[in-house]
Design a protein around this ligand. Structure first.
Ligand SMILES: Nc1nc2c(ncn2[C@@H]2O[C@H](COP(=O)(O)OP(=O)(O)O)[C@@H](O)[C@H]2O)c(=O)[nH]1
Ligand SMILES: [Mg+2]
Length: 305
């Protein structure tokens, strides 16, 4: 009982509020904000650059998986397609049609895809920097939106160059220099080298760190909760976000029914607690589909993981 009292005192202190009433009201507002936050991420680039594969990777899926975006060598996306997150229904990834096709010219592309619907753009490019990459970057800037330039299929470039005796480091440096120099006229560009086949390699974490730095608090938490676990670092980050959230949920749900506030009737709100647990379940990759994919990747039965 003494322990519980200490925990309650710590909870109140953490909230930064002088009374339980104020702490609970503030926590309610935070949960509400997170549940109603919308984050629309546009993924764009040339046909075949790797947009759909990137959308899948960031949702923890691969092409044959249910709900994954179709990928392939021909253009498979003819209009902006929204891929919502299973438990964060307001975090949407938009797989945009390839720029530069006869239907989508770079000059009218932004209007065609209704640019105002998105929080920011991820321009996906592969192999050499292209004319359309620059056109897109310019158009995004002209419309007062932010872009992050992602050079994908870096695994392929590294493997090709290695065959010629070029080290991974030298290849990465060359690609980065090429992208940065081409984008220089638009100010210091944010360039990230990644592979959708393995998010732990190269700059993916750096990309997420930058996105999170630029987003308002509630959008940052929503993004963090929606990302798959792809490395130890991403797992630790997620753990910290949820640790913070668990206090808020405890307060709002009234799960701490022992809160010693005379006259304040607290009833445990099962819906809030259940919603939170479902979020944890998906976010930490504990659902069957994610565990099966992980089991295949690491070549171990699910029971041993
Ligand atoms: N090696 C490698 N191949 C990739 C990567 N991303 C996409 N691809 C392949 O590139 C092709 C085109 O990808 P897709 O995502 O359909 O491109 P989109 O037209 O821009 O949507 C597919 O065959 C993908 O498997 C990557 O990071 N590494
Ligand atoms: Mg596609």
């Amino acid at each position: 009982m003494a322990d519980q009292q200490d925990e309650l005192r710590a909870l109140l202190k953490d909230s930064g509020e002088p009374t339980w009433e104020r702490a609970i009201a503030k926590a309610r507002e935070m949960v509400d904000r997170l549940d109603h936050v919308t984050l629309n991420i546009a993924v764009t680039g040339e046909t075949g650059a790797g947009k759909s594969s990137f959308v899948n990777a960031i949702r923890g899926l691969q092409d044959p998986d249910e709900g994954a975006a179709p990928t392939g060598v021909t253009e498979t996306t003819m209009e902006p397609t929204m891929y919502p997150h299973p438990t964060m229904p307001n975090v949407n990834l938009w797989d945009l049609p390839g720029v530069g096709s006869s239907k989508f010219k770079a000059e009218t592309y932004m209007k065609d895809v209704k640019y105002n619907n998105y929080d920011f753009f991820i321009i996906v490019s592969a192999s050499r920097f292209k004319y359309n990459d620059m056109m897109l970057a310019k158009e995004v800037e002209k419309n007062n939106k932010k872009f992050y330039f992602v050079h994908t299929k870096t695994d392929f470039d590294v493997a090709q160059e290695e065959k010629k005796g070029v080290t991974e480091e030298a290849t990465l440096q060359k690609i980065r220099k090429d992208c940065v120099e081409n984008l220089r006229t638009l100010g210091p560009p944010s360039v990230f080298l990644i592979t959708s086949h393995d998010l732990e390699r190269f700059d993916f974490q750096e990309l997420i760190n930058n996105l999170e730095r630029d987003l308002p608090d509630n959008k940052r938490d929503a993004l963090d909760m929606s990302l798959p676990v792809y490395s130890r670092q991403s797992l630790e980050k997620k753990y910290n976000t949820f640790k913070h959230e668990v206090r808020t949920v405890a307060l709002t749900s009234g799960a701490m029914a022992a809160v010693p506030v005379p006259g304040l009737a607290l009833v445990c709100d099962v819906a809030i607690v259940a919603g939170f647990l479902i979020k944890c379940y998906y976010s930490f990759g504990l659902n069957d589909g994610t565990l099966e994919r992980l089991s295949k990747r690491v070549n171990k039965p699910i029971q041993e993981m």
